[in-house]
Ligand binder design. Structure first.
Ligand SMILES: Cc1cc2nc3c(=O)[nH]c(=O)nc-3n(C[C@H](O)[C@H](O)[C@H](O)COP(=O)(O)O)c2cc1C
Length: 219
């Protein structure tokens, strides 16, 4: 499969078959994470693979109280999101069925090993995540190559102390995401809903048209 096709069709998968994901396949998928770039090559990322039903239930029980108000606000329109109502309902089903998903992958990061160069700007720091999420994206892409569906989620991070206690995550390690992994019940999407390139890539100055960007706004 071509990388461009993998990237264009790797939508969030929220409906999974109960079939297990073998150790060998999962190891291949996670191995892809190692090759992502990190600031100073400090490699802060680690993972906890959760397959145990009782632990998955505990994670679901931590996720649901965060998801509930988020879902309600998104349905009411008080929270702006780019998803349709039907997709939200599917995300609600996903949340409630989370313990049935074969693998819940908790992504961790050792904060001492990230170097947020924007943490003195008096605004939300975003750079710290740049040493974490390339590894996560590699996992999503490698999973897609294997035919596995994934969904990157972050709501659970609000419950970090409880998640850390549940999984024995050391004090100095933080949670950065939870990725669900399994075999999808439906075919992968042919096309994802994304902004056109001309709205997000500029030439020389922010907002200035990038030559060729319009021509590629198909598909
Ligand atoms: C930073 C981030 C956080 C996300 N958190 C959640 C989450 O907590 N729960 C969830 O169901 N999906 C979550 N998602 C998935 C997004 O909803 C999804 O990527 C987006 O709606 C686009 O959908 P698509 O990838 O299927 O096109 C998250 C995605 C990102 C990048």
């Amino acid at each position: 499969m071509k990388l461009s096709e993998i990237m264009r069709t790797n939508g969030s998968c929220r409906n999974y078959k109960p079939d297990p994901v073998s150790d060998a396949v999962l190891a291949r998928v996670l191995d892809a994470a190692r090759w992502g770039p990190t600031g100073g090559n400090r490699q802060p990322v680690s993972f906890v693979v959760v397959r145990n039903k009782a632990v998955k239930e505990a994670l679901r029980d931590l996720y649901l109280p965060i998801w509930g108000p988020y879902y309600a606000a998104a349905k009411e329109g008080t929270l702006r999101i780019g998803a349709k109502s039907s997709l939200l309902d599917n995300a609600d089903l996903f949340a409630r069925n989370m313990a049935d998903i074969p693998v819940l992958l908790v992504v961790c990061a050792r904060l001492a090993d990230v170097h947020p160069t924007d943490n003195r700007l008096g605004r939300l720091s975003i750079v710290g995540g740049a040493s974490v999420y390339p590894a996560v994206q590699n996992v999503l892409l490698a999973a897609r190559e294997e035919g596995l569906g994934t969904a990157l989620t972050t709501l659970l991070c609000e419950q970090e102390p409880q998640v850390k206690q549940l999984l024995g995550i050391p004090e100095e390690v933080s949670t950065a995401a939870m990725v669900t992994i399994g075999w999808p019940t439906k075919a992968f999407p042919k096309k994802l809903t994304r902004r056109p390139l001309s709205e997000m890539a500029f030439s020389e100055r922010y907002g200035a048209m990038l030559p060729g960007a319009d021509d590629i706004n198909v598909g």
